[in-house]
Design a protein around this ligand. Sequence first.
Ligand code: UDP
Ligand code: MN
Length: 344
Amino acid sequence: MSALKRMMRVSNRSLIAFIFFFSLSTSCLYFIYVAPGIANTYLFMVQARGIMLRENVKTIGHMIRLYTNKNTTLNGTGGFLSVNVSEISFDEVHQLFSKDVDIGPGGHWRPKDCKPRWKVAVLIPFRNRHEHLPIFFLHLIPMLQKQRLEFAFYVIEQTGTQPFNRAMLFNVGFKEAMKDNTWDCVIFHDVDHLPENDRNYYGCGEMPRHFAAKLDKYMYILPYKEFFGGVSGLTVEQFRKINGFPNAFWGWGGEDDDLWNRVHYAGYNVTRPEGDLGKYTSIPHHHRGEVQFLGRYKLLRYSKERQYIDGLNNLLCTPKVLVDRLYTNISVNLMPELAPIEDY
Ligand code: UDP
Ligand code: MN
């Protein structure tokens, strides 16, 4: 009896022990089973908190930056220049640039700290706008230096009494500039146009470029989609391919529209600077006795037919070339006979 009782007690105790160890091991197994999930959830929460915290710090940093440099970007002005159109004498401008010994004859400059991306000839058609030239150089030279371009200036001056022929002057200037150096990009630049943003890059591209997209005198609005006046730029290759400007536009107007047509007939498109980069200030001036070219509408109707009979290929002239310290002066007495064409 006592033996049975002892057995019963033992088996009672072992039953309890069994239950105890069973529940302990199942709890352990359960814990082992769920632990990774709990750990994962916990880790995820920690990570999410971290991400949120970093985002907050970023946002706060951004707001602080915005607050401290209101309306400005990296260099403080977004590339916008202060344009000074007040009169200045050539002597003063010569004096100012005399300190820069890297400017060679003809205003030829190249960066020393890098290989320039473009070798740019800047052509300026000119007659009797002497007050504009020094303002122009004062503004353009520092900008082109900042853009790390190799460049020089060619002022093509029309003498004689014929009506002004901007387009033919550009053709003459192009030929002379190419005799002078191996330029690969040519900028056709009115003397009275001053870029307002020095990030308006005066290099060329795959396509001809119209730089002067937003003029102050047109309330910074492109006057019409095909407008190609003021400042434009083509690679030497592109300019040769379109046969240059027409020579037959005597007097004000139309030659820039004809250039637009030529560019498109040759299969190109025109690019322009983004947004406000193409803003320009124009120096106010009067049209002193300059005549409008009334025949321009007729010529423009025949742009395509005339493209390869009038341009670089029918122009023959030997202008007078004088090298100043800041630019090369090319002067020429333009006459229709210098660009002979049967059906004028
Ligand atoms: N230009 C010049 N003398 C003139 C007429 C024109 O030097 O008598 C040159 C000058 O570079 C000028 C450009 O040709 O910026 C365009 O002429 P203009 O300024 O008369 O054109 P508008 O301002 O009316 O577009
Ligand atoms: Mn003008």
